[in-house]
Design a protein around this ligand. Structure first.
Ligand SMILES: [Cu+2]
Length: 143
């Protein structure tokens, strides 16, 4: 009786292993990294959350536009690294969920805006007069 049960359990275990191996093969055909290649995540020392840097650039030719209209980040400390190669002043601001922060305004350079964000939907935009209205805004989704 006990031996029969043991054989049955081993048979079940073998079946589970076979199914797991099969599933593993399927996973190999998919890419593990999401498409957001420009997002880098550094692990924090405290083990929870961590800091994320998002790359954002303005149109180098001088159009009133960012190179992206959607950004995504995990909750926690988020830095937007803004590159502005145009000879026009730009900045980057984040608003939403009670957050309202603006980076320094730069012309032909780069700057960082670091904020701590909770999950939710935010708007990023250029706070230089008229630029947001001209289209320099987008959505930052934090999960
Ligand atoms: Cu601007």
């Amino acid at each position: 009786m006990t031996r029969r049960l043991l054989v049955l359990m081993m048979a079940v275990a073998a079946l589970v292993l076979a199914v797991a191996a099969c599933g593993g093969d399927d996973d190999d055909e998919e890419t593990e990294e999401p498409a957001a290649a420009e997002t880098t995540t550094e692990e924090g020392d405290d083990g929870g959350g961590g800091a994320t840097t998002l790359e954002l650039a303005t149109d180098p030719a001088g159009e009133l536009a960012f190179d992206q209209t959607t950004l995504e980040a995990p909750a926690g400390e988020v830095t937007i690294h803004l590159v502005n190669e145009a000879q026009i002043p730009h900045n980057v601001a984040i608003e939403g969920m009670g957050v309202d922060e603006v980076s320094e305004t730069i012309t032909g350079g780069e700057t960082d805006l670091t904020v701590t964000l909770e999950p939710g939907e935010y708007t990023f935009y250029c706070a230089v007069g008229g630029h947001r209205e001209a289209g320099m805004e987008g959505t930052l989704t934090v999960e």
